[in-house]
Design a protein around this ligand. Structure first.
Ligand SMILES: Nc1nc2c(ncn2[C@@H]2O[C@H](COP(=O)(O)OP(=O)(O)OP(=O)(O)O)[C@@H](O)[C@H]2O)c(=O)[nH]1
Ligand SMILES: [Mg+2]
Length: 223
């Protein structure tokens, strides 16, 4: 028999990791803190940004990259409601962003005097977690209607998280979401990620999350 095996996926991920490290270095030189926001479709990523960014905007210059397979719905919403520089990335069907895609997108986006760059990644609880985007932290959301068992079923997303936020906290009784069990399930996947609960209906928990992010950003910029 005459055949060979090529581990394409491993090679792609290895190359992506080195591009991600190089991107992180470039952003570090500019003191830009890069947050990769990941979660399922409709879990409340854009809505959380609409409530969170006005708090961070008082202190920091922010830019947002919206990644979607198609449409510019989220970019329009963010730029209209928050008046901050926003870039829409289309992935032509891909369910994740690579570091190279982020680096290429940044060539057409002026972030020279930005303090915080936020990527709203494609709505998906699986693929985006496999690719290091060059971010300083992964902010992972899970909306209450998705269920408290999801850290068990989608392990990698919770393993790569620096912060986990349960969104739509106002719906917890309707969906019988067990907060304690959720904490335990996150801990099974990640020993250190901090867990927050938020609701866009009444801004519950949003200030606490903003304070945490402020701490991380100011620590990064002063290092
Ligand atoms: N009750 C409730 N609804 C929310 C909350 N946050 C978001 N929603 C609703 O959830 C729906 C989806 O919110 P989006 O912010 O568009 O979700 P997304 O994760 O950005 O969606 P994609 O970008 O399409 O993946 C909208 O109808 C929001 O109004 C919340 O805290 N409570
Ligand atoms: Mg969105």
């Amino acid at each position: 028999m005459n055949y060979s095996i090529i581990e394409v996926k491993e090679d792609i991920i290895r190359r992506n990791d080195s591009t991600a490290d190089s991107l992180r270095k470039q952003l570090k030189e500019k003191k830009i803190f890069f947050i990769n926001l990941m979660a399922s479709p409709g879990s409340g990523k854009t809505t959380l940004l609409l409530h969170l960014l006005p708090l961070l905007k008082k202190k920091y210059k922010i830019a947002v990259m919206e990644a979607d397979i198609d449409s510019e719905v989220d970019a329009k919403t963010i730029s209209r409601e928050l008046d901050i520089p926003t870039l829409q990335i289309h992935t032509s069907g891909a369910c994740h962003l690579t570091a190279q895609m982020v680096e290429d997108a940044l060539k057409g986006f002026d972030i020279s005097d930005i303090d915080i760059l936020i990527l709203e990644n494609i709505g998906n609880l699986v693929c985006p977690a496999e690719f290091d985007t060059g971010a300083n932290m992964n902010l992972v959301l899970l909306s209450i209607p998705e269920g408290d068992d999801k850290p068990l079923k989608y392990p990698l997303m919770f393993e790569v998280a620096s912060i986990v936020v349960a969104t739509k906290f106002d719906t917890r009784e309707v969906f019988d979401f067990d907060v304690e069990k959720f904490h335990q399930n996150v801990r099974k996947r990640n020993k250190i990620a901090e867990v927050f609960m938020t609701s866009a209906i009444n801004d519950f928990g949003v200030n606490e999350l903003a304070i945490k992010l402020d701490d991380l950003v100011s620590c990064y910029k002063n290092k």
